[in-house]
Design a protein around this ligand. Structure first.
Ligand SMILES: C[S@@+](CC[C@H](N)C(=O)[O-])C[C@H]1O[C@@H](n2cnc3c(N)ncnc32)[C@H](O)[C@@H]1O
Length: 246
């Protein structure tokens, strides 16, 4: 199929508007996204009934969405500045979330529990971090966009979750026992820079990565899983960092 030619002056790779779909297809997509959203939120709430103290921050995230939807990133001056600093494109901000029940299952498989320190690199609104707390682990997230963080950080703090604004490719990860990366939308260059950060982790650190595994020496796959996300099913890799002795 021939690639569509972008209008002059606009980089093809850098705009969400290029995702325009025929009307019927767009309606079908919206309906399926809505159905998944309802289904996953219902399951999340059921899972949270076992840890009722986490219900409040979860519903807080949900309510914050009315004020600021992370699913429609706007190309504001601030977003443009942040992207220029991190060397990323606008398409890398395409948003999707990991349902809490998906994250609980994944973290269990990865051995998360009391005494674990989970870091989500590209944490969005911290939904995944609630799953880490559900399992009794410490939970910390770093997110590039200030709007995502500002809308929820106050709700998450009382649950022991730290969500900060920052560039994950420059984040200090040395204290993590488990690193989660939903890096589905990230470009190859950003992924490569993240993997360099991962190499600064302690041997034995476990990585839970969505859509594609960490490629390169020293990252050993322990298991793969097919899991539900807000946009559909994806494969997830649980990997362990085992650097070769020099
Ligand atoms: C697909 S969302 C995943 C959100 C969350 N981790 C989850 O799975 O529910 C990816 C997030 O990564 C953020 N992001 C992209 N590049 C980043 C970077 N260099 N540093 C930190 N966050 C980044 C985006 O703004 C977006 O909120």
């Amino acid at each position: 199929m021939k690639e569509p030619v972008p209008p002059p002056g606009r980089e093809k790779d850098d705009s969400l508007e290029d995702l325009d779909l025929p009307l019927l297809q767009a309606v079908a997509l919206q309906v399926s996204v809505l159905a998944i959203a309802l289904f996953t939120r219902l399951l999340d709430v059921l899972v949270l009934c076992v840890r009722p103290w986490l219900l409040r921050p979860y519903l807080g995230i949900w309510l914050a969405e009315w004020m600021h939807s992370p699913y429609r990133p706007r190309r504001t001056f601030e977003v443009t500045r942040v992207l220029r600093e991190s060397g990323q494109g606008f398409r890398e901000l395409i948003y999707g979330e990991t349902p809490l029940f998906t994250a609980v299952r994944l973290f269990r498989r990865a051995g998360v529990g009391r005494g674990s320190r989970v870091v989500d690199v590209g944490a969005g609104r911290g939904r995944v971090l609630l799953a880490a707390r559900w399992l009794g682990a410490e939970a910390r997230g770093v997110e590039l966009l200030v709007d995502h963080v500002a809308s929820v950080a106050g709700q998450l703090r009382p649950a022991g979750i730290t969500l900060t604004v920052g560039d994950a490719t420059r984040e200090e990860l040395g204290d993590a026992s488990h690193v989660f990366s939903n890096w589905t939308a990230l470009g190859p260059e950003t992924k490569a820079r993240l993997v360099e950060r991962f190499r600064a982790c302690r041997p034995g650190t476990r990585f839970i990565v969505v859509t594609r595994p960490i490629e390169g020496r020293g990252f050993v796959t322990l298991s793969t899983h097919r899991m539900l996300f807000t946009w559909g099913f994806e494969t997830v890799w649980v990997q362990e960092y085992r650097p070769e002795p020099v």
